[in-house]
Design a protein around this ligand. Sequence first.
Ligand code: G6P
Length: 610
Amino acid sequence: MCGIVGAVSERDVPAILLEGLRRLEYRGYDSAGMAVLNPSGTLVREREVGKVAALADVLDNTHYRGAVGIAHTRWATHGEPAQHNAHPHMSGERLAIVHNGIIENYQPLRDRLKEEGFNFTSQTDTEVVAHLIESHFRQNGDLLHAVKAAIAELRGAFALAVLHADDPERIIVSREGSPLVVGVGIGENFAASDPLALLPVTDRFIYLEEGDVAEIRKDTVRVWDRDGQSIERPTQRYEHGHDAADKGEYRHFMLKEIYEQPKVIQATMEGRLTDSKVLEQALGTEAEKLLGDIRHVQIVACGTSYHAGMVARYWIEELAGVPCSVEVASEYRYRSHVIQPDTLFLTISQSGETADSLAALRQAKKAGFRAALAVCNVPGSSLVRESDLVVMTQAGPEIGVASTKAFTTQLTALLIFTLALARHNGMDASKEAEIVQALRQLPRQVEQVLALDGKIADLSRAFMDKNHSLFLGRGAMFPVALEGALKLKEISYIHAEAYPAGELKHGPLALVDSEMPVVTVAPNNMLMEKLKSNLEEVRARGGELFVFADGEAGLTEEDGVHVMSIPEVHPITAPVVYTVPLQLLSYHVAVLKGTDVDQPRNLAKSVTVE
Ligand code: G6P
């Protein structure tokens, strides 16, 4: 969960690298650095603790120049965030490397390299790779061969970019378990962890496969596969819009992304629905054949994507009548399973690069699932490439670390998938038409909720000086409560827990008092009466209630009960609509508290390590 960028050009590259880092900052932001070969042939390096802006300040003062360079933004795994641990790491004065991932066997390699006489100046696993490559380079004087020889000795996950002052026309990059793309320009070529980093300079990309090594020169890019065979990988045009890394009129990316939801939910439905049904072909040519065979669905995901999976389980079981299990990927991958025949393995991921989700998918492919379906937001990501069927969300790049529009577009895509599956399992056409109509209303309903922004900002004041909070929901609104609690803790650092409302009396009620705001998501569904009793239980203990409910729910504002009226929505699509006010609530609490909304402490957007 670091970001890498590299460039080989005829022009000076520091400004390109710096902009690339700024765009990759969502991947890590505890320190940043850059190394370039300057015109006199020496390797110069700058590293700073803190954000990319801190690095930019020092570079301004040093008049950095050079046409070949690599840069890095870090999220610490080995060694605290400190200048000596920041990348690029060097071996001697001539070799520099940037790395994303974890080298598992770094300790024995470090011991061996120390014996060879290499000096270590950091606690990182990356510095081991720098010396290992230099050790091979000394034997053969060729950077490409040195990198190939070194990675053959590495165990773990990595994406890396290396440059050497004694082999100055090229950088060598490689990936194994961490993302890396090559950006193809005219008279210049690049590499980065995410195409987003390079959109100001190119929209053509080569997506490297696992085990690939590539040589990047200004006029050529050559790729070798895991077996060392020279291979042509296709160059693809980038699909997303170019404005993604720009906040526009918004104060934070998170707010911009919350407001983009009507548009991206609409985009996720486009081409997949008629007025009355789901177009199954839009889920892939194999979809029709496959969906008829599916008897069970296993969903695996992490973080916010896991919450989307939890909502989908309610839909899949209710509408399709197909049994569905959901599990976080980090748990799933480390236990034994009973796999029912004809089970579909469904991974959900914004980035398509989350290490645990990918590992679970790879395991599943060996374990005999009927097929693997991915719901993902990043075209060309590992998860997309390794799945049999893909339903892309159309959220566009999400920069804010706390996921918002990715979640609501995942829900949209998952409901479309559920309808297709349900049709194969006896759902009648009128029910399908009813839910398709409900889906089509979503962009407008989300707009209506966004119009409540000012009122939600007022409510948020009540949370500002609180240390704990409780979120309640029933049925498919329970995962929405979980997602609301996750948002609040991620960006405001207020402890937030979510409970199925019926569990309140089995423990959390003991915590309720006037210092514990209780947030409830309560569309007027068949569980409303039960939920009302849960709310009474909270009121009786002096708890302050914040209820998001529709007008029909019959809840009234009174002392200690704040009711935010949400437009009336279909119970099936309610999870999408009710997520939005909770996003806004967290956002405003975080702004009031003055935390770093887009890059909360200790977190990273894309977790490509275990
Ligand atoms: C990180 C992010 C979360 C995200 C999770 C899963 O923890 O901060 O926002 O939900 O990873 O990421 P994925 O890309 O697989 O959805």
